[in-house]
Write a protein that binds this ligand. Structure first.
Ligand code: ACO
Length: 325
């Protein structure tokens, strides 16, 4: 038996913040944001809503689609860089809220590549024979670590969650996952405050160290190259060629990165899944939500090969070929 996606669902908060709304907060314009990023609006979770709350809403939909109950789940992995707390893991909060059994629960931190990292871990654990059904969630409340006075970053991010149930499938499923990282480039994208390097103090708060810091245009150059390379490596691992791919589901960081990656892979516009205009960059949740939306779209059928590819802080990157089961 192979491991495949047997259920999926996503959740985004109701509150929409448009580019026009941001014009009132920082020195920016709808025109700049749209042309430089492709983003028109993003979703904002209310103050009382944490990442596990969004993850649970997505997970319930995924379980329903799989025809399973929380009792059937053997493993929960949450990919996130905005956990409810440093510890316990957000996966433990999800388990408690779902009333799942006392199964293994943990988080994966790989920024925007987190969902693909989590897929690889869950697939490996299922195929080792340890577990049968895994709940894999990509969920973020990036707006909680966004500096709303920094126009370089605040126009980019949004909140949301996507969840899949992985389980045994007779045909298709996750054909390959390729992962990579380069920790020497960590200064390009990070949140310096709050960890053991810079524990929270009045000073770290005053210096804005609990917000995302990003060197956007330096990241941009790596993004296009690494997304395309990762895609080719995942294809090779799966024994496939780019002509075997029906849809590319790229991380939604910037539409220019998405289209440049598509060009490098020589794919047609209609093959590229894009939702960045609605949600912005939701880090670990971006690929998860995009996968869920594409699986629910009319164009995607059983037997189609989907190519997920992501890139993010770490630096981390990864790609996965999934045959729709
Ligand atoms: N509105 C208006 N002007 C702006 C804004 C804004 N919101 N933000 C920046 N500018 C200005 C800059 O100040 C600069 O002005 P200057 O020339 O007078 O200095 C000018 O626009 C150009 O700035 P750049 O940073 O060079 O703009 P760029 O075209 O590179 O676009 C962006 C910036 C959108 C951030 C782009 O670099 C990008 O998408 N980078 C990749 C991001 C990414 O991949 N992140 C990884 C995943 S995120 C994660 O892991 C959480």
């Amino acid at each position: 038996m192979d491991t495949g996606v047997i259920g999926w669902g996503f959740y985004v908060p109701d509150e929409v913040r448009t580019n026009k709304d941001l014009e009132k907060i920082v020195d920016t314009s709808d025109e700049w944001i749209t042309t430089r990023t492709g983003i028109k609006e993003r979703r904002i979770a209310p103050p009382e809503m944490a990442v596990s709350d969004m993850g649970v809403k997505a997970a319930k939909k995924a379980l329903k689609k799989a025809g399973l109950t929380p009792f059937d789940i053997d493993l929960i992995i949450v990919a996130t860089i905005t956990p409810d707390m440093f510890f316990p893991s957000t996966a433990c909060f999800v388990q408690a809220k779902l009333k799942a059994r006392n199964i293994a629960c943990f988080d994966v931190s790989a920024a925007c590549s987190g969902f693909i990292y989590a897929l690889k871990v869950a697939k490996g654990l299922i195929e080792s024979g340890s577990y049968r059904n895994a709940l894999v969630i990509g969920a973020e409340k990036l707006t909680a670590i966004t500096d709303w006075q920094d126009r370089n970053t605040c126009v980019l991010f949004g909140d949301g969650a996507g969840a899949v149930v992985l389980g045994p499938v007779k045909k298709g499923g996750i054909k390959s996952v390729y992962l990579g990282a380069d920790g020497s480039k960590s200064e390009l994208l990070n949140m310096p405050g709050g960890g053991s390097r810079n524990p929270a103090t009045h000073e770290t708060v005053n210096q804005g160290m609990h917000y995302v810091k990003m060197k956007g245009n330096e990241l941009f150059k790596f993004a296009v190259r690494l997304m395309a390379e990762s895609a080719y490596k995942a294809l090779r691992k799966a024994g496939l060629d780019k002509t075997d791919i029906k849809y590319l589901i790229p991380h939604q960081a910037n539409s220019r990165i998405i289209w440049a990656t598509a060009r490098k892979l020589d794919l047609e516009k209609k093959q590229i899944f894009v939702n960045i205009h609605k949600y912005g960059n939701m880090s670990s949740a971006s690929c998860a939500v995009a996968l869920c939306e594409s699986l629910s779209s009319k164009g995607v059928k059983k037997g189609d090969n989907l190519l997920l590819v992501a890139f993010g802080g770490g630096l981390t990157w990864g790609a996965s070929v999934i045959e729709v089961s």
